[in-house]
Design a binder for this molecule. Structure first.
Ligand SMILES: [Zn+2]
Length: 165
C-alpha cells in the first residue's frame, strides 16, 4: 500500500509539472524511475487545422490525412527521471501542393523535439557548465547540447570555449 500511495504522489507531481503546458491535453502518464523515462501521452487541445498550408501558403487547402505520434523530451522531474511526451497529432495533406504537414504543437520546439522550456534551460546551463555534464544530466547526446547552444546562443561558441572540448 505504501508504494501505491507513493506512486500517486509521484503522478500528482508530474501532473503539476505539466500544468504549464496548458495547450496539451494529458491522456495518460506512465511513471518511470531511474533511467527509464516517464512517458506522458497527450494530444493538442486546439483541434482546428491551420488556416494555410505551411509548405506553400495556400489558404484553406489542408485536408485530414491520418495521425502521427511525435515524442518530445521534457525537463526531468524532481527525482531526475526523464520525461517524454508522446503527442498524438493530426496530419494534413494540401490539395494545392500535395505536401503533408503535421498539426503544430504549442510549447514544443520542433527543431530539437523538446519542450521550449527544456531548450531554454539547456541554454541557461550551457553558459555555466560543460556540455558533457548537461548531456549526462538530461540523458541526451552531447552533440544535441552543442547544436542547441550554437543555434540559440551563437556568441557562446566563439567567445567561450567549453571546458570539455
Ligand atoms: Zn500546400
Amino acid at each position: 500500500m505504501a508504494s501505491r500511495s507513493w506512486l500517486k504522489q509521484e503522478a500528482l507531481e508530474v501532473i503539476y509539472e505539466l500544468s504549464d503546458l496548458y495547450d496539451l491535453q494529458i491522456n495518460r502518464i506512465r511513471l518511470g524511475a531511474g533511467r527509464s523515462a516517464t512517458v506522458v501521452t497527450a494530444s493538442c487541445c486546439s483541434k482546428e487545422p491551420p488556416n494555410c498550408c505551411p509548405k506553400c501558403g495556400a489558404v484553406r487547402s489542408l485536408r485530414g490525412h491520418g495521425r502521427k505520434i511525435t515524442i518530445f523530451r521534457d525537463v526531468p522531474h524532481a527525482t531526475g527521471t526523464g520525461v517524454g511526451i508522446q503527442v498524438d497529432r493530426a496530419r494534413f495533406r494540401c490539395v494545392n501542393c500535395g505536401m503533408t504537414s503535421l498539426a503544430p504543437v504549442a510549447h514544443m520546439d520542433q527543431k530539437f523535439r523538446m519542450t521550449e522550456r527544456m531548450v531554454e534551460r539547456i541554454c541557461m546551463e550551457a553558459v555555466q557548465r560543460p556540455f558533457s555534464a548537461i548531456a549526462s544530466d538530461y540523458a541526451i547526446d552531447e552533440k544535441t547540447v552543442r547544436r542547441i547552444a550554437k543555434d540559440r546562443i551563437p556568441c557562446i561558441i566563439g567567445r567561450v570555449r567549453p571546458v570539455d572540448s
